[in-house]
Design a protein around this ligand. Structure first.
Ligand code: UT7
Length: 337
């Protein structure tokens, strides 16, 4: 028997507390005008002190499992994508697993930053098609707000990021009609580590010397994200367009066959540029950055759940997704919802 993986359930969660650009004006040297003009962001959600990445993931996961019509005991694997883990180790997937109360299943954490969710979806698809697993929970979740440099040194990064979580359940189904079945049709994954230091957090890390982190490093702000924004912008636009074209071609579709485009949300200008390069009508691109900022690995499942709730995305539609981020990593996915 041939198998397909169908996205049977989606869930998402953002912490209730909203920080508008005007709130940020009071906290750091920035303006609403600068943030909106350069990025399209109007607000973001940030957690209160006691909330962790796995806490956000838990709420999103429960919703995804429920929407899939499953019980948590039906889940036989968790794939967790985050760059803002609860702790250095073990992976946040293990903390989520304990909170969900589903011991003795496989848990895999992946570190692919903004591209993490598509990498996770791709891994889940392969496990499901192999026949080894039946229901895989793929989660992307981030708490960025606790790790942002709010001084003038870090303002180019601090205004961009928001907290949130998204989750999907990929379920094993029999492949009957490849053209009509709801299924993950293709995924394409890429990376170029030559650009690893264009967007990274240097410390703590054993490449930093005898100590993984020390006071001098902290005083220098090396525990915060360091980004060459212009370089990331240029590569993101090029690579997202490139991999979308490639994945459509491989899957035997024209770009015009795609009903909804769910792009990573790093900058509204990046998404507009990708749409312009590929002549994609803007109304087919579902953007959420205005409300959430960049939520890294959570972005695409969060957008998927919002698009479903808004009725923009419906069962049977053809969806294309593309993401780009630290690593550099980039990826695309095409699925029938
Ligand atoms: O998820 C994947 C990772 N991230 C991305 O994809 C981000 C890609 N890059 C970008 O989106 C853009 O490069 C940014 C939005 C980060 C920055 O936009 P930019 O047009 O490249 O601005 P810039 O870094 O060249 O800075 C322009 C000016 C500078 O001032 P001067 O030197 O012209 O006087 C900055 O100091 O804007 C200043 N600036 C700010 N001003 C107010 C930088 N950050 C801020 C801020 N508020 N938050």
């Amino acid at each position: 028997m041939k198998y397909r993986s169908e996205i049977t359930g989606t869930g998402s969660f953002v912490p209730p507390r909203i920080y508008t650009n005007f709130d940020l004006e009071k906290m750091m040297d920035t303006t609403d005008e600068w943030i909106q003009q350069r990025t399209g962001i109007e607000q973001r959600h940030w957690v209160d002190e006691g909330t962790t990445t796995s806490d956000l993931a838990l709420v999103a996961s429960i919703e995804a499992i429920k929407n899939a019509g499953l019980d948590k005991s039906d889940i036989d694997m968790i794939i967790f994508a985050t760059l803002s883990p609860d702790h250095e180790f073990p992976g946040t997937g293990c903390f989520l697993q304990a909170k969900l109360g589903i011991p003795e299943i496989a848990v895999l954490d992946i570190r692919q930053q903004c591209t993490g969710f598509i990498y996770g979806l791709s891994i889940a698809d392969k496990f499901i098609q192999s026949g080894s697993h039946k229901n895989i929970l793929v989660v992307g979740a981030e708490v960025h707000s606790k790790g942002l440099d709010r001084t003038p040194n870090g303002r180019n990064v601090a205004v961009l990021f928001g907290d949130g979580a998204g989750a999907v359940v990929c379920s094993r189904k029999e492949l009957i009609d490849p053209k009509k079945d709801s299924r993950i049709i293709s995924t394409h994954l890429y990376a170029d580590g030559n650009f690893a230091k264009e967007l990274w957090i240097p410390a703590p890390g054993n490449a930093m010397g005898a100590e993984r982190v020390n006071h001098a490093m902290l005083n220098e702000g090396l525990q915060y994200p360091q980004m060459n924004g212009k370089s990331v912008f240029v590569h993101a636009t090029k690579r997202m367009a490139e991999c979308l074209v490639h994945s459509c071609k491989e899957a035997g579709f024209e770009l015009s066959d795609i009903d909804v485009f769910l792009f990573h949300q790093a900058n509204l200008r990046i998404n507009s540029k990708v749409a312009e390069i590929l002549s994609i009508p803007e109304e087919k691109v579902f953007n959420t950055i205005q409300n959430y900022g960049n939520t890294t690995a959570a972005t695409i499942p969060l957008g998927m759940n919002d698009a479903l709730k808004a009725g923009v995305l419906k069962k049977g539609m053809l969806v294309a997704s593309a993401a780009f981020g630290s690593g550099f990593t980039w990826a695309s996915a095409i699925w029938r919802q």
